[in-house]
Design a protein around this ligand. Structure first.
Ligand code: SF4
Ligand code: SF4
Length: 425
């Protein structure tokens, strides 16, 4: 007797009604297998930032999955209401992290966003296409935008202006960086330089190459690499994200390890297998390592000097903590710096509201989350925040600036790099 045979006639536990015809308008929809994993237990609800702030079921993971299921069952349509449920989601994956059924919520949301893309106005679609498909994958376009930033800054809407980083970017990270004299070569790694990271946080890339080299790694930064495609995937441009994934597979070739210093990019690249639906992508994904994860696994030589920082608040990016399970590694690495004290932020596991383009597209919800994060930083008393994701860094910097707070926000690898420089000096 199989389990199904024992159920009374007509009982439906999970899955669509027999004969139901999905109303997804496009083929790249959330799969029935993924949707069926949710047993509607609600354990994810208290962890969802948008549910916590609104108390609305439709702004919860379970509510969003119910909406997707209704479309899959053919009892609802992909319309503006459905789109508003999906748009308010941060894709922070806190729900996925705590879900006992291992519902791949991030992936389902990416597919749901493909379905709502045609509902957007023509100018909104055009802008997204320009940003996600044209600008991000092309270094020269981003470089031009970066060069124009000082001229354009006064004309940008206040909300966007506060997010755009200031300062000079300096030289591109070298295509090859070798360990300094006296450091034994341990192996070779490739490094993702990224799109936003490469233009607005290039110093982080240079610090990454220096710290890796100092730890005995030859670092290759292939020029043919491109944007990882995470933003495109989060905002309904999955086909473009697949193109970029394929380009990176070629660019990184047979690299045994691809080190990524931006949490959002690393989380996305580790899932190239599911995105591309083939073994080659899965093998590539298994070679991707978050920078903090890699340095912690392989070990570093503890710096002998402090870079001039005392208390440091570590900000957990959702796509490091939730999507990659990285929590202890960056704290252990920073803990190796003499006289550096790591202070824990209240509700450190809560999203800061950056979430890719969310802080531009959903300013109210994003602003509330940013405000909570800034409150936590200020309450901690730390004068430095370590953040390993460019989106979070921009968001926290903007929030601190708005409050007139004198707190430095840096990538943890910059603190290690400065510690080694202090040691040398
Ligand atoms: S997503 Fe997971 S935790 Fe949330 S209701 Fe569904 S099964 Fe439960
Ligand atoms: S991804 Fe984040 S915002 Fe979206 S439903 Fe899950 S917990 Fe809520």
């Amino acid at each position: 007797v199989t389990l199904g045979d024992e159920l009374p006639e007509g009982t439906r536990f999970i899955g669509p009604e027999e004969g139901a015809s999905p109303s997804w308008p496009l083929p790249d929809a959330p799969t029935a297998a993924d949707l069926d994993l949710c047993v509607a237990c609600g354990l994810c609800l208290p962890h969802c930032p948008t549910y916590r702030l609104t108390g609305e079921e439709s702004a919860s993971p379970r509510g969003r999955i119910a909406a997707m299921r209704a479309v899959a069952d053919g009892t609802a349509q992909v319309d503006d209401t459905f789109a508003s449920f999906m748009d308010l989601c941060l894709s922070c994956r806190a729900c996925e992290d705590v879900c006992p059924s291992h519902v791949p919520f991030g992936r389902m949301m990416e597919h749901a966003r493909v379905e709502i893309e045609p509902l957007r106005s023509a100018p909104a679609r055009g802008l997204r296409r320009l940003g996600l498909d044209v600008a991000l994958p092309r270094r020269w376009v981003l470089s031009t935008l970066h060069a124009l930033t000082p001229i354009a800054r006064p004309f940008l809407p206040r909300r966007i202006r506060s997010l755009v980083p200031r300062g000079r970017r300096g030289a591109l990270v070298a295509e090859r960086t070798d360990p300094p004299e006296g450091v034994e070569l341990r192996g070779t790694v490739a490094m993702l330089t990224g799109c936003v990271q490469d233009q607005w946080f290039r110093g982080v890339n240079r610090a990454t190459a220096r710290v890796l080299a100092r730890s005995g790694w030859r670092v290759l930064a292939p020029r043919a690499q491109t944007c990882c495609g995470a933003l495109g995937a989060h905002y309904g441009h999955l086909d473009r994200a697949r193109d970029l994934a394929r380009a990176n597979l070629t660019a990184f070739g047979a690299a045994e390890v691809v080190v990524v210093n931006a949490a959002g990019c690393g989380a996305h690249m580790k899932e190239y297998g599911a995105l591309l639906g083939h073994e080659e992508g899965a093998v590539f994904g298994s070679r991707v390592r978050d920078l903090m994860e890699f340095l912690d696994e392989q070990g570093i030589r503890a710096p002998a000097a402090n870079p001039g920082v005392g208390a440091v608040a570590y900000h957990d990016a959702c796509h490091a903590l939730r999507a990659q399970g990285i929590r202890a590694a960056p704290r252990r690495l920073l803990g190796a710096i003499p006289d550096l004290e790591i202070v824990e932020l209240e509700h450190a596991d809560r999203c800061c509201g950056a979430a890719g383009l969310y802080n531009v597209l959903e300013p109210q919800m994003s602003g509330e989350l940013r405000s909570q994060k800034v409150d936590a930083v200020l309450a901690s008393g730390a004068r430095t925040v370590a953040s390993a994701n460019p989106g979070c860094t921009m968001q926290i910097v903007a929030g601190l600036r708005e409050r007139g707070a004198d707190v430095d926000v840096v990538h943890p690898v910059e603190l290690l790099d400065r510690a080694y420089a202090a040691e040398d000096a």
